[in-house]
Design a protein around this ligand. Structure first.
Ligand code: NAP
Length: 283
């Protein structure tokens, strides 16, 4: 079998076109969704990621700005910046790019973002809402994974291995898959015989950050493979899955780059649009 490619760039393009027309509708009512991204320091990869979110927001007609703080900014100043954005009625979505410099406590800053502007969905309140089935911002990468999986058919009754249990990717992905009536096994670094077990699963979602962790020989014939992993090797971005061997066994597979990544940014826009809509509805 040669797998069908889940082309994240194409899927994201279609999804963004839908968002753009919703932005236009809101604008006709005088509402302009605004995404503001805070970055502390000058890390090249973070800066380029922030700029791409900014550009993507503007491309679909949203307002977007970057608050760029110096590397040596104190925790107090970062918190004051977040507070100012919380109180700015024009700002719908706030993202704080992580990692933050050592002098700034990341958890404190993420908790300081007003839950109704936390479009990354990382604040404890929004995580709690997700697990209790309430309206919330679902974290962007897990939402992107689910959007890709929509293109493979129903998940009902499928067995899924989610490899990686972080709070921002693996665990919310497992929760969202369970909501779709899949039967989910969450695997991690202490899972025994992880690779040998994978042959039992209809779907494998890998979110680890170890290139070559999973190869075609480990997969069930016809498995659906979503590779969230992002690791830079020899200046190239690679996933956790050995694409060449896996594509011969899988029914669907995401490439890296061009798979999950474009959907993650798209879901930042999706959540910003929701923030603007909800803010208007809840007035
Ligand atoms: P993380 O917090 O480092 O979590 C990695 C997870 O992998 C942990 O749960 C860890 O287990 C598990 N793990 C490590 N070695 C393993 C092994 N040999 N077998 C099975 N599980 C193993 O990472 P993250 O933030 O979730 O990100 C995961 C990957 O996704 C990274 O490559 C990251 O760059 C990428 N990512 C991509 C996007 C995107 O948009 N494409 C977005 C976010 C993240 P323990 O819990 O036992 O330590």
């Amino acid at each position: 079998m040669t797998a069908e490619l889940l082309n994240g760039r194409e899927i994201a393009k279609d999804y963004r076109a839908g968002l753009q027309s919703e932005v236009e509708k809101l604008k006709s009512q005088g509402i302009v969704p605004n995404l503001t991204v805070v970055i502390v320091g000058n890390d090249g990869a973070s800066l380029s990621y922030v700029r791409s979110k900014n550009k993507a927001a503007e491309k679909i007609g949203m307002e977007s700005s970057i608050v760029h703080l110096d590397e040596d900014t104190s925790e107090e100043e970062v918190l004051a910046t977040v507070e100012k954005l919380n109180n700015d009625d024009k700002v719908n979505g706030i993202l704080v790019q992580v990692p933050l410099p050592d002098q700034v406590d990341e958890n404190k800053v993420l908790e300081a973002i007003a839950p109704h502007k936390d479009v990354d969905g990382f604040s404890p309140i929004n995580i709690g809402r997700l697990y209790t089935g309430q309206r919330t911002f679902v974290p962007c990468t897990p939402l992107g994974v689910m959007e890709l999986l929509k293109h493979t058919g129903s998940l009902e009754g499928k067995t899924v291995a989610v490899v990686g249990r972080s709070h921002i990717v693996g665990q919310p992905v497992a929760k969202l898959l369970t909501d779709q009536n899949a039967t989910v096994t969450l695997m991690h670094s202490r899972t025994q015989n992880m690779v040998e077990q994978l042959k039992n699963f209809d779907v494998v979602v890998s979110a680890v950050g170890k290139p070559g962790l999973i190869t075609g020989a480990d997969l069930k014939e016809g498995a659906i493979v979503i590779d969230v992993g992002n690791t830079v090797v020899d200046e190239k971005l690679v996933g956790d899955v050995d694409f060449e061997s896996a594509k011969e066994v899988a029914s669907y597979i995401t490439p890296v780059p061009g798979g999950v990544g474009p959907l993650t940014i798209t879901m930042v826009l999706n959540n910003t649009l929701l923030a603007a809509k909800w803010h208007n509805e809840d007035k």
